[in-house]
Ligand binder design. Structure first.
Ligand SMILES: C[S@@+](CC[C@H](N)C(=O)[O-])C[C@H]1O[C@@H](n2cnc3c(N)ncnc32)[C@H](O)[C@@H]1O
Length: 195
């Protein structure tokens, strides 16, 4: 890989509006997952949240115990300007790998694929340590080969399973039936429970 995927890299992507991943609103797989949650008190983290439309949707659905973290300030400010009441302490400017707290639920969307693949084991370990006992990691992972030298980095079922299976119970790991159009046929929906 030629690029270092550090804060400067992501900051530049936002400054230059090179944000092809940005769906502009909550995506259907995450929306439909949120729609079947009953308890609005659950403590939720969205890592590498970007413009965080999922956090905005959760907020509007009555979930208030939501935390978002991103390494770049601009998208966090965008969320704040869309939801001025969103508490500052729940908008975390920082590195996911340095975060210390615990959550009931963590939502994944285009964060795993944005990281250098050599961080995958560290991602799984950090997810494990950020979840409360029986906490869940839910969301989408791309289903295309890991061939590119830049994000989004792909993966396949076996590769993902070998990473998560040892420390998570696989509640759901299936072809995503309700992806947004550009991602149709290219995503898994996952629901993993901390063992
Ligand atoms: C591909 S974007 C996805 C944004 C968002 N999840 C979405 O679906 O629109 C990846 C995001 O992860 C952030 N990011 C990259 N490395 C990070 C890290 N170590 N800690 C926190 N955020 C990070 C980037 O700034 C960027 O906003």
């Amino acid at each position: 890989m030629n690029q270092t995927l550090n804060k400067e890299y992501w900051k530049k992507r936002y400054q230059e509006n090179e944000i092809g991943w940005d769906a502009g609103s909550v995506t259907t797989p995450i929306k439909e997952f949120i729609d079947q949650l009953n308890d609005t008190n659950v403590k939720i983290l969205i890592p590498g949240a970007g413009n965080a439309y999922e956090a905005e949707y959760l907020w509007k659905c009555g979930f208030k115990n939501i935390f978002v973290i991103d390494i770049v300030e601009e998208p966090l400010q965008n969320l704040k300007s869309r939801i001025p009441d969103f508490p500052d302490e729940q908008l975390i400017l920082g590195d996911f790998f340095e975060l210390k707290d615990s959550y009931d639920l963590i939502l994944e969307q285009t964060f795993f694929c944005a990281l250098n693949p050599n961080l995958r084991e560290a991602y799984v370990k950090q997810m494990f340590s950020l979840l409360k006992p029986n906490g869940k990691l839910a969301g989408v992972l791309f289903d295309f080969p890991l061939t590119k030298q830049e994000p989004p980095f792909g993966g396949d079922y076996q590769m993902y399973l070998s990473l998560f299976n040892p420390i998570f119970a696989i509640k759901k790991f299936e072809a995503c039936y309700n992806s947004i159009k550009p991602r149709a046929g290219k995503e898994f929906f996952i629901l993993l429970e901390k063992l």
